[in-house]
Design a protein around this ligand. Structure first.
Ligand SMILES: NC(=O)C1=CN([C@@H]2O[C@H](COP(=O)(O)OP(=O)(O)OC[C@H]3O[C@@H](n4cnc5c(N)ncnc54)[C@H](O)[C@@H]3O)[C@@H](O)[C@H]2O)C=CC1
Ligand SMILES: O=C(O)[C@@H]1CCC=N1
Length: 254
């Protein structure tokens, strides 16, 4: 399948790497040049198909617009006049409004992938117009299931799905950095601390997924009565750890 990109910054390039990781041909990935250094750089690095006009995207089944919210709408409008197929946006763009101005063989859907798509371990939330054609839904799902899990959600829930899956990797990265600081403070080498913490996170997630136990049950399996873990848990409560995360998700989502 040929897939086009307008915008190859952080998330655009993560999706491109995800497609390459899933063994898509590099020449099936079309990237709009438009004088943007990031597009030229990634095209040269991975031998992608560089194009200079939106019309050239007509060879593609889907075109992903991955630019910031403020410029996405104008780009989608221009693209809709020159391209026929599936238009996707990782940023702005009103689903109903954009779709209402498109030709019959063209459609627009919104996607929120997260950065782990680049290694096939991502999550992508997708919203379609309510009467979207099943073949369009199948094509978009096919693109993103190559890179991880896909959730098709109503448009009014896309924001919170995008926050919980797409923003929280940054929260977890901050947590890794803080845990690493504490490990270093107590004598572990920096590089060793990252390895231990990242493996711990991976194992903890895998155990939660495999056991299907609630997080509270899994926590109880670690907290020996009178032991060290519960002292740490109590300190997290005292310092507002859970409340901080709840507030962070709400701040990102609203
Ligand atoms: N970074 C992430 O994890 C995620 C980002 N998003 C959303 O995706 C959008 C893009 O985010 P990032 O990739 O992080 O931003 P970014 O700033 O890293 O990338 C945007 C890219 O678009 C290019 N660009 C801007 N205008 C252009 C145009 N007219 N034609 C071609 N290229 C153009 C820029 O040169 C830049 O390389 C934002 O709306 C963001 O909210 C959504 C999900 C996850
Ligand atoms: O920070 C942002 O706005 C985007 C949305 C999801 C991840 N990054």
């Amino acid at each position: 399948m040929k897939i086009g990109f307008i915008g190859t910054g952080k998330i655009g390039s993560a999706i491109i790497k995800g497609l390459l990781n899933a063994k898509n041909s590099s020449q099936d990935i079309y990237v709009y040049d438009g004088g943007h250094k990031s597009a030229q750089k990634i095209a040269a690095e991975f031998n992608l198909h560089l194009v200079n006009s939106y019309t050239e995207f007509n060879a593609c089944q889907a075109v992903i617009v991955a630019v910031s919210g403020s410029s996405a709408e104008a780009i989608l409008k221009q693209l809709g006049q020159k391209y026929h197929g599936i238009m996707l946006s990782t940023g702005g763009g009103d689903l109903t409004q954009i779709n209402s101005g498109l030709a019959q063989d063209t459609t627009f859907a919104k996607i929120v992938p997260n950065t782990p798509v680049q290694i096939g371990s991502g999550i992508t939330a997708i919203s379609f117009i309510p009467d979207e054609k099943p073949e369009v839904i199948a094509t978009v799902k096919k693109i993103f299931t190559q890179m991880g899990a896909v959730y098709v959600v109503p448009e009014n829930l896309l924001g919170i799905y995008g926050t919980v899956a797409g923003c929280t990797p940054a929260f977890v990265d901050l947590m890794i950095a803080a845990l690493s600081d504490a490990a270093v403070q107590n004598g572990i080498k920096r590089a060793d601390s990252y390895q231990i913490i990242e493996q711990m996170l991976l194992g903890t997630s895998q155990l939660a997924l495999a056991s299907k136990k609630l997080p509270e049950e899994l926590k109880d399996e670690v907290t020996t009565p009178g032991g060290s873990t519960i002292r740490g848990v109590a300190k997290l409560e005292e310092t507002g750890f859970r409340n901080a995360l709840i507030q962070a998700v709400n701040a990102a989502a609203n």
